[in-house]
Design a binder for this molecule. Structure first.
Ligand SMILES: Cc1ncc(C[n+]2csc(CCOP(=O)(O)OP(=O)(O)O)c2C)c(N)n1
Length: 577
């Protein structure tokens, strides 16, 4: 007979059995019984300074490892503070389990102190959610929550637990199987469609792989690499997919989309076959949908049937785990190679030639100046120190786009950013989660001066755990990305974008007990970053960059992705060739 335990102990037993070693959270009234058990439990609880950041940190942990991240909040305001992080995880398909406390069962619906309808509020921002009102259901639900979060298309799952369940006494019953009628995960892919895909791949003159976060979620990077190498196919990785193919791989073009490269966007526009792998044809990638990849047949592989045909009807739909589907495609293409066809080979050579030309005509450039620090210069220095190996989290805005364009990632799970939701305030807490998950790694957190001010409370978390995160503020004195749109599309009428009061970084970091510095001279950039990396603990580097720089290329909202503004002085529309 197993030992009698409280609901709170049982919850931790479940988490331990799920391999959880770390929870990001913030306590409160109804979670007191849980925190009492955490007091002497081996699972580490990390006290963040705001619940939103608990969710972002759990995401950072999950994004850096592929494991389920866990966050925890009390009822009412604690739970509602989690919601941005839940939506963020939902949009980017990140597996997290959020535990929230709820008022005692008998008080539900009575407007009790700190009661909120967490179950109702989070229904639309979770993959699945539960309200636990009976201790007998607890273990089953918690194990289900982990299964749902991590299986199929990953996502956030919330478990709302009443205080009486935490306080009740019962026996933990191991959960031997999880059977969820109505929740089916299709992993294998349809054999006939995989054959059709193989045939299209062998016949295409201008094939292009368009690979996204699904490759990283599925752990399919080596299958992707084999696929593009064996079939000699050029590849674009979306913002969420950076690192799926190493940035310096010869088949890698770069990121496509609104701030994607000229070559990547023209490759999409001119391809005759798009092999879309774990992507969702997001509007920031496609631009005007009707003009997206107008000459291409589409093979779309995704584990979520709802993605197939959502934005673009594919010619070959394949619902399945992209890792398994690619492995099967690789086998099929190896076993039955296409017969030699000189005309086709010449067309493929010409395709590669055009792509190389586009890359040479308009590369993503590192702009430098003798008098001021250019944002691109900052990113290239971080890239130099990272060598494609560091974990880099970003916040949202111009710095995010420059980082995505100019920093290399040699592996998956190094580039962590809020892609779908674009949540400012993500970068620093995500770095905290990532650093806990990967203490061995150098972690840069690149943030704008706007987003940083949303996360300042987390400097306390960084300090109190001595996390050696290198926080780099790209400080342009503006909400830069909004300023850019106002400059380009609203006659430079700068409205509510100036950030004219910014704290002294050295004093701010010093107030928390670690080192910080502000620089604004280009010759100080490399030494200052090196100093930050050498520092064994945290470091806050405030880099004042030229204030009014714009991110290019840029596809204006509603434009086709070949209609890029390539940069000052004059917009240049690039025709599809
Ligand atoms: C929570 C949240 N609020 C508002 C926005 C809208 N927004 C997108 S980018 C941006 C400006 C970000 O400024 P900053 O953090 O300084 O970064 P920069 O663009 O200058 O690199 C804003 C306000 C957002 N993405 N997230």
């Amino acid at each position: 007979m197993s030992t009698l335990m409280s609901g709170a102990q049982m919850l931790l037993e479940c988490l331990a059995r799920e391999g959880v070693d770390c929870i990001f959270g913030y306590p409160g009234g109804v979670t007191l019984p849980l925190y009492d058990v955490l007091y002497e439990h081996h699972i580490r609880h990390v006290l963040v300074r705001h619940e939103e950041n608990a969710a972002f940190a759990a995401e950072g942990y999950a994004r850096a490892t592929g494991k389920v991240g866990v966050c925890c909040a009390t009822s009412g305001p604690g739970a509602t503070n989690l919601t941005t992080g839940l939506v963020d995880a939902m949009m980017d398909s990140i597996p997290i389990v959020a535990i929230t406390g709820q008022v005692p069962t008998k008080l539900i619906g009575s407007d009790a102190f700190q009661e909120a309808d967490t179950f109702g509020i989070t229904r639309s921002c979770t993959k699945h959610n539960y309200l636990v009102k009976r201790l007998d259901d607890l273990a089953q639900i918690v194990h289900e929550a982990f299964y749902v979060a991590a299986s199929g298309r990953p996502g956030p799952v919330l478990v709302d637990i009443t205080k009486d369940v935490f306080q009740g006494q019962g026996h933990y019953q191991p959960v031997s199987s999880i059977h969820l009628p109505g929740y089916k995960v299709f992993t294998e892919g349809h054999t006939g469609q995989i054959r059709r895909a193989a045939q299209l791949i062998q016949e295409a003159e201008r094939p292009l792989v368009y690979a996204g976060g699904g490759i990283i979620a599925a752990g399919a990077a080596s299958e992707l690499r084999e696929f593009v190498e064996r079939n000699e196919i050029p590849t674009v990785n979306t913002l969420m997919g950076l690192g799926a193919l190493p940035s310096d791989h010869p088949n890698f073009i770069s990121m496509p989309g609104m701030h994607g490269s000229y070559a990547a966007n023209l490759a999409l526009t001119n391809a005759d076959l798009l092999i879309a792998l774990g992507v969702r044809f997001d509007d920031r990638v496609t631009g005007r949908l009707a003009a997206f990849a107008p000459h291409a047949k589409v093979i779309h592989v995704d584990i979520d049937p709802a993605e197939i045909g959502k934005n673009r009807a594919p010619d070959v739909p394949i619902v399945g785990d992209v890792k398994r589907v690619l492995a099967r495609l690789n086998r099929l293409l190896a076993e039955s190679p296409a017969p030699a066809d000189e005309k086709l080979s010449a067309a493929r050579r010409a395709w590669w030639h055009r792509i190389r030309q586009w890359k040479e005509e308009h590369p993503l450039e590192v702009v430098k100046s003798d008098s001021e620090i250019k944002p691109q210069h900052l990113m290239s220095e971080i890239d130099r120190l990272s060598g494609g190996q560091a974990i880099v989290t970003s916040d949202v805005g111009q710095h995010q786009m420059w980082a995505a364009q100019l920093i290399r990632f040699r592996e998956p799970r190094l580039w962590l950013n809020s892609g779908g939701l674009g949540s400012m305030g993500f970068g620093l807490p995500a770095a905290i989660g990532a650093q806990f998950a990967r203490p061995d790694k150098l972690v840069f957190s690149i943030v704008g001066d706007g987003g940083f001010q949303m996360s300042i409370p987390e400097l306390a978390t960084v300090a109190s755990y001595g996390l050696p995160v290198k926080i780099v503020i790209m400080n342009n004195g503006y909400l830069g990305m909004v300023r850019q749109w106002q400059t380009l599309f609203y006659n430079n009428r700068l409205s509510a974008v100036e950030l004219d009061s910014f704290p002294d970084a050295e004093k701010l970091a010093g107030a928390y007990g670690f080192r910080g510095r502000t620089i604004d001279k280009p010759w100080d950039l490399a030494p200052a970053l090196e100093e930050a990396v050498r520092e064994p603990g945290p470091y806050l580097l405030n880099v004042k960059v030229s204030p009014s720089e714009n991110v290019y290329p840029m596809v204006p909202a509603g434009g086709a992705i070949n209609e890029m503004v390539l940069g000052p002085p004059q917009p240049a529309a690039v025709p599809a060739k």
